[in-house]
Design a protein around this ligand. Sequence first.
Ligand SMILES: Nc1ncnc2c1ncn2[C@@H]1O[C@H](COP(=O)(O)OP(=O)(O)OP(=O)(O)O)[C@@H](O)[C@H]1O
Ligand SMILES: [Mg+2]
Length: 329
Amino acid sequence: MAVVKVEKLKAYYVTGIYGVKRTIKAIEDLSLEINKNEILGIAGESGCGKTTLTKVLFGMIKPPLTVLGGKVVYNLGDGNADILSMPSDQLTKLRWKEVSYIPQGSMSVLNPVRRIKKTFQDFIGTHRRMEKKEDFEILVRNYLRDLGLPLGVLASYPHQLSGGMRQRVTVALATILKPRIIFADEPSTALDVVVQRGVIQLLKRIQKEQKSTLVLVTHDMAVHANIADRIAIMYAGKIIEEAKTSVIFKGSLHPYTKYLIDSLPRIGDKGYRVSVPGTPPQLSSPPKGCRFHPRCPNTREMCKEKVPLLVDVGDGHKVACSCISDEKI
Ligand SMILES: Nc1ncnc2c1ncn2[C@@H]1O[C@H](COP(=O)(O)OP(=O)(O)OP(=O)(O)O)[C@@H](O)[C@H]1O
Ligand SMILES: [Mg+2]
């Protein structure tokens, strides 16, 4: 069952500098289903729109980001609701309790001039009624203990914690109210691999124990290989392939996904690894037709004009490449 259904989403940044209007077509005609209790990985190169998509999925839309079309339908068990047309007070009620978000560069989540305990207190106080101060203390202490975090962090300021511990605290803060959906945007980027592993395992454990749905955004395919049930690959504002993790790694069909997988290092293989040729497109003027065609090794004339649809080629494996879908249909 889909807990979030994205339909034909179109989200642009519309900026005006010195009177010159600039439109960045960050999300274009994007459709995606996120299933209950799954870990969905979203991957793609820098600037392809991963953060923009996560923000829209969480309903965090403010200028210059503008949604020009489409739907983001949540199904949290009490009927479907399109959050893009939901009154803001209703959306506010869902946030953090039902749906949570760990933003990219989540250092910004923790107030640098407040002790961690105060940040938890403010956060819980805003979103849940607590009769007594002791209830708050018990909730936070038990939760941190369950997650294996030292209780000493509560008395610290963010700058007194290591990067990895800060990130774990951020994860704890975002999940303490046991949300049903967690959107995590690059939660482990910029951490060394050992610490990164700890943060990812913490998220995985929370998802399993709380039976929630985790949408994990990272360009790091190794992280996806470790944790994701399914992976959606984004390219220039669109999903170009979506499948179970094993299929993405062993049987991907889109030439861009193949490049991503082939460029990964392999133990014992010292050979040259091919990376994606060319440069990412400017989203202010993306290529016509298939957005990947200028970098694609198999480009045909039709790719320059025809926008490929994301087509299911079997068993939930979806791909947006006219060369493949035309053959399969
Ligand atoms: N506030 C903004 N104003 C204007 N353009 C923006 C803004 N934020 C992002 N963009 C542009 O939107 C596009 C998508 O950016 P986004 O941050 O969503 O990419 P990303 O895939 O998350 O990249 P990264 O992997 O580097 O985090 C990029 O072209 C980016 O320059
Ligand atoms: Mg990002």
